[in-house]
Design a protein around this ligand. Sequence first.
Ligand code: AMP
Ligand code: ZN
Length: 442
Amino acid sequence: MIWNPEIETMPRAALEKLQSERLAKLAEYVYARVPMYKQRMDAAKVRPSDIRGIHDLHKLPFTKKSDLRDNYPFGLFAVPMSEVTRVHASSGTTGKPTVVGYTKNDIDMWAEVAARCFAMSGAQPGDMFQNAYGYGLFTGGLGMHYGAERFGCTVIPISGGNTARQILLLQDFGTAVMACTPSYALTLADEILRLGIDPKSLKVRSFILGAEPWTEEMRTELEAKLGTHAVNIYGLSEVLGPGVSNECIEAKSGMHIAEDHFLTEVLNPSTGEPVADGEVGEIVFTTLTKEAMPVLRYRTGDLCTITREKCICGRTHARMGRILGRTDDMLIIRGVNVFPSQIEAALVGKEPLTPHYALIVTREGHLDSMEVQIEVHDAFYRDLGEARFADADDEALHRVRAYARKSLHDVLGLNADVTLLAPGQAPRSEGGKLKRVFDRRK
Ligand code: AMP
Ligand code: ZN
């Protein structure tokens, strides 16, 4: 099912025409209403009338996260506060949050693009939707909530955490679609199996998972454990929140971007120049229709690829690949660029390793070292027994560690220490985003 076929299957030429019209209007709008953009455009000698279409996008200034901080809290708003219906803030845990605002029309547009995501994820109107994204300043909860209502689901606004209750409602309310972070979905799946609940007794068809990076291996594991679909959803508060893009269930191969609202570029993060489709770069969005806090060329820091190739689902909007890392969380270890996603790809799904891991980077003198702590599966642990597991010299453990080290070396070209953890010992998501990288060099 396609929620808005007219827009979502629009021929690309028509889509680009629509984007061009909207971009020209946006340039006028921000120039007149947001002092920072007026100053930047003046400094670059760009007049709003110079922006006639998407081919002029490169003339417009970038926006960075620091610009939001420098204008904290409301300095980038383009409308008077009386027209701001809602504010949200980025989930960043350090320092002051980055604040964003929405008008009534913005909330309406958000519900529309989020409703598209429900259709893409295989939801059907009338489905029970369990929303385990956090409600609050984080955009996940309310963003999905409004999308689900618009789409026609019955919303269970349970919010994040409280696994026992999540499972109870999954069982008793007949949840068909659930949204949460991928790491939490794994926590949930493990708990369901641990309790001896037959996943077939549940009615869940789709998990809509986002807000943090995850991998194909995690998808395979989740889908196998629970017998459901798991699809990827992407968004960020500076641009909107969840609903910027979502995978279609037909292809599960990249997330269709709501390009009628978000003009997308993929740039070389160092030079700011575009990279070719299919090449990894930083994804950059310009909001074409937002009223309260439009952004020009927002540098997300998220690294991915993009494709404009036709999709089997019939949608024409471009697809972005999984987020492979962030320009700012890329670890440089002994001069090698390392993304947590690579570690996951190297290890997850390889017996007896689980997707639960932590990455610890330390430095002695000038030498960096990397340790991957990863949990083994229950069955392996039980077969081996607690005593053997505690014995670092045990031969079976030795083999697994050697094998994990080799996989890591194949992928990263780096030697890493591998520590095997007993089930339940790695950091777990309690509902929100999971922190699994600990850089102790600073
Ligand atoms: P926030 O504004 O707090 O919601 O955080 C947005 C950030 O979460 C994005 O810039 C991404 O780094 C990350 N994120 C959101 N969705 C995904 C996803 N599906 N895969 C990977 N990272 C994601
Ligand atoms: Zn598709």
